[in-house]
Design a binder for this molecule. Structure first.
Ligand SMILES: NC(=O)c1ccc[n+]([C@@H]2O[C@H](COP(=O)([O-])OP(=O)(O)OC[C@H]3O[C@@H](n4cnc5c(N)ncnc54)[C@H](O)[C@@H]3O)[C@@H](O)[C@H]2O)c1
Ligand SMILES: N[C@@H](CCC=O)C(=O)O
Length: 515
């Protein structure tokens, strides 16, 4: 019997026993760094000459792993095998496929610290964030397994005398999962196992920043019983194989999460029918955010400051959900800003492989340079209220940074920075708070800190975001509780971890039989 879904608990690192245990695992992982990661094509490990070298962003000298790089020939081999394997995997019962996911969840759960420790090295995650990332991956496995079992029953349609009607779902075919690096386990897992449990076969192309942990997922899936041809692992240079994967005439779906620039490119390319293609490609594209917390005049000031600081600086602000705009009622603006600066001063920053700092480094040199440019721009668009320091001598460290009195239309208030920077702006009343919150091209997450029921009710409908939170921060959605995904330029509203996710990778079919 399948028990009801329950979200995977987080580890409490305030407990000294947990801290000590994790420290030991970090040491063990360190002694194993530098591993050669193969491609996985039709159950075969393939090692190539060309490698992606993954480093610890908090210690540039430390090589975490070397991943073989797939060529377009490898993609063809994987795609052919995926098409062949689809004939069988697509006919497995939903229960049998779900079982494989539940077994994978059990394997990952047993190795939770090991997997989380890889995220500390591979992605520069602080301990709690690494643990939550693995927990979310486990949640996707458990949740999508259960959702597929429910969907396999089909949906109720009416019969008439002498006519029996049924409505049910069938998988699409082989397709591609293209996740980002920032939830290097959770989103890799969700974008892969959603379509997989629906009966599709999947080529997983992980981010070039974090291939090591993605390979661990593939190993766990195969150990749990995913057949050889149903899952393929094809890391590589996106400039070389990205378009090729998307354009491929056998690619039935592209399950993408990442930046707006890449997502819109994929949507455009996938619309073109290739020679030999007799179907339309499905694209799920979850993209960036410019997420706002608004604070009302009657708000709990401490709660507001906490929500802003945690949402802006957790995992170095490298979440699509991160708060990068704090729009505050003028009556409480100075108080909220002062409290937020006080709280930011408490933030610790350093290499989380050494100890559990609140923040570590940002992912790479390119991102470090981009954030630097935005800090320079911010200095011309507002007043630097706190932070602004950066140091890339050993790792890519950007200190938490607050700009105040910024025009809501300024560049740093409109463009996704993806780093630990938040801009504060003032509004005269709730109408203006909402207007400013909605004045970006994105619509991903947002939060309202208010004790005014009428204002909360207005925001429920008028604040244009896919994930809206009241009296808390705007990050940390939980699978099954807060289905995640936005609209406008934030994406196709795929709602990961929710009941509408799996049907995006299924055809709905009606069969009508006369007696
Ligand atoms: N909405 C969400 O649920 C969500 C969640 C996490 C991250 N994000 C967004 O992701 C972005 C950060 O991630 P990133 O830097 O990895 O994004 P990115 O767009 O640079 O890369 C995402 C993935 O696309 C691949 N890619 C790059 N070019 C490609 C091409 N031409 N064809 C096919 N694939 C290609 C990359 O290799 C990577 O695997 C941010 O914008 C963030 O907001 C969104
Ligand atoms: N689902 C995550 C964000 C994923 C994007 O980076 C959250 O809710 O914070």
């Amino acid at each position: 019997m399948v028990l009801p879904f329950k979200h995977e608990p987080f580890t409490d690192f305030n407990e000294s026993a947990n801290r000590e245990a994790f420290r030991q695992v970090l040491k063990k992982t360190e002694s194993q760094l530098g591993e050669d990661i193969p491609l996985m094509i039709n159950g075969q490990k393939v090692y190539t000459e060309e490698k992606i070298v993954s480093i610890n962003p908090a210690n540039k000298e430390q090589v975490v792993g070397k991943a073989s790089m797939a060529s377009t020939d490898h993609i063809d081999q994987a795609m052919n095998a995926a098409q062949e394997a689809f004939k069988e995997w697509g006919r497995w019962s939903a229960e049998a496929r779900a079982e494989v996911l539940f077994r994978t969840a059990a394997i990952v759960r047993r190795k939770k610290y090991e997997f989380a420790s890889i995220l500390v090295y591979d992605a520069g995650k602080p301990w709690g964030q690494a643990d939550a990332d693995i927990a979310e991956g486990i949640d996707f496995l458990e949740y999508y397994g259960r959702e597929m079992i429910k969907l396999a029953e089909g949906k109720w349609v009416e019969d008439r005398p002498n006519e029996n009607n049924s409505y049910f779902y069938q998988p699409l075919g082989p397709g591609v999962a293209i996740p980002p690096w920032n939830f290097a386990f959770a989103i890799v897992c969700g974008t892969t196992v959603g379509p997989l449990v629906a009966g599709n076969t999947v080529l997983l192309k992980p981010s070039e920043n974090t291939p090591v942990i993605a390979y661990k997922l593939v190993e766990a899936l195969m150990e749990a019983g995913v057949p050889d041809g149903a899952i393929h692992f094809v890391p590589g240079d996106p400039k070389e194989i990205g378009d090729y994967l998307v354009d491929h005439s056998k690619t039935h779906f592209i399950n993408f999460t990442g930046s707006r620039a890449t997502g819109t490119r994929i949507i455009e390319r996938a619309a073109k029918i290739q020679e030999g293609q007799d179907f339309l490609k499905r694209v799920v594209a979850e993209m960036g955010g410019k997420d706002t917390i608004i604070v009302d005049n009657d708000a709990d000031i401490d709660l507001a400051a906490d929500a802003i600081v945690q949402s802006a600086f957790g995992f170095q602000g490298q979440k699509c959900s991160a708060c990068s705009r704090a729009i505050i009622h003028e009556a409480v603006y100075d108080e909220v800003l002062t409290k937020a600066i006080e709280k930011t001063k408490q933030i610790t920053i350093g290499n989380t492989a050494e100890q559990d700092f609140y923040m570590s480094a940002v992912i790479n040199q390119k991102q470090f340079d981009k954030i630097k440019q935005y800090i320079d721009i911010g200095k011309t668009e507002g007043e630097l209220a706190y932070g602004g320091e950066m140091d890339d001598s050993n790792g890519y460290f950007v200190y938490p940074t607050i700009f105040k009195d910024v025009d809501p239309n300024a560049q740093i208030m409109q463009e996704e920075i993806f780093g630990p920077i938040v801009g504060f702006a003032k509004a005269k009343d709730f109408d203006e708070l909402l207007d400013i919150a909605n004045n970006t091209e994105y619509a991903l997450t947002g939060a309202v800190i208010s004790n005014n029921r009428k204002h909360l009710d207005r925001a429920r409908y008028e604040f244009q975001v896919g994930n809206l939170y009241f009296n808390r921060g705007c990050t940390a959605a939980i699978v099954g509780y807060q289905p995640f995904g936005g609209f406008k330029m934030s994406g196709t509203n795929g709602k990961a971890g929710g009941p509408d996710y799996l049907p995006q990778f299924l055809h709905a079919k009606t069969v009508s039989e006369m007696f």
